[in-house]
Design a protein around this ligand. Structure first.
Ligand code: ZN
Length: 130
């Protein structure tokens, strides 16, 4: 049996999901995303005002390549303005991506993992294909 290691798990990018309340903190999320987009080559994909997929509450999706992790995550640690953020990789197992491989800034949100495939489950960065 081959153990999954950092060497054998192929990761093609990351998502940062910035959670917000559409009636209270959407403007905060917009500000955090705009600042991120100004500083780093990330894709600000969309603001989802309603629950979607495994995410039970509204969130803004940021997509970035592996080489941006060291820049984006430390920035968000210090500049998330109180919002909760999920950062997850994009491997071949979306369930693991959103659970054991994930990191949280702020408070974890309970995700609906049963909605995810045991396969690639998230949008990859532009120009990256599986
Ligand atoms: Zn995602």
């Amino acid at each position: 049996m081959i153990e999954k290691t950092t060497q054998s798990v192929t990761n093609l990018g990351y998502h940062a999901h910035i959670y917000y309340d559409p009636t209270k903190t959407r403007a905060v999320a917009e500000r955090v995303c705009a600042a991120l987009g100004d500083k780093f080559p990330v894709e600000i994909e969309e603001f989802r005002d309603t629950p979607r997929g495994p995410h039970p509450i509204s969130n803004a999706l940021i997509i970035f390549k592996p080489d941006q992790f060291e820049h984006v995550v430390p920035y968000l640690m210090l500049n998330r303005e109180g919002l909760d953020v999920l950062v997850h990789p994009l491997t071949t197992d979306a369930v693991e991506d959103h659970s054991s491989y994930a990191i949280w800034l702020g408070n974890p949100v309970e995700l609906k993992l049963h909605t995810l495939p045991r396969g690639r489950g998230g949008q990859l960065p532009s120009g990256v294909s599986a």
